[in-house]
Design a protein around this ligand. Structure first.
Ligand code: AMP
Ligand code: ZN
Length: 115
């Protein structure tokens, strides 16, 4: 897939795209279009990183920033104390659909044990 065909690259490159509910110079956050929980957000780096398989020491700052923004979004949604789950799907067996790395934030109901 080229970055031109990548849905998240298209959002990242469009400064007036209506989808993001949060943006900074490195990441944006959108509501998942097929939510699996009452609150289901995706925290996405602007830079196209296919998956964790492409992460090395140079990506430590952006990976850390994804978690900082995820926590900030949880706080804004009021679920810091009630709890939330962060998920990063990696590869075929995880069900990764989009080849542009992203962190899922799910909350708002009791989440089932993972398996
Ligand atoms: P993953 O399986 O980890 O690759 O997650 C992909 C997620 O992106 C799925 O939960 C989709 O519902 C969601 N999704 C796909 N396209 C969009 C979009 N344009 N805006 C928001 N969420 C999307
Ligand atoms: Zn992309």
């Amino acid at each position: 897939m080229t970055t031109k065909q990548c849905v998240f690259c298209n959002i990242a490159k469009d400064p007036v795209h209506p989808s993001p509910i949060y943006r900074d110079e490195r990441v944006f956050v959108v509501k998942d279009i097929n939510p699996k929980a009452p609150i289901h957000l995706l925290v996405v780096p602007n830079q196209h990183l296919n998956s964790l398989a492409y992460i090395g020491p140079g990506q430590v700052p952006i990976m850390g920033h994804l978690f900082v923004v995820a926590e900030e979004m949880a706080r804004r949604e009021g679920v810091t104390l009630s709890g939330f789950r962060l998920t990063l799907n990696q590869g075929q067996d995880s069900g990764q659909e989009l080849d542009h790395l992203h962190l899922h934030l799910m909350a708002g109901r009791k989440l089932r044990a993972m398996g």
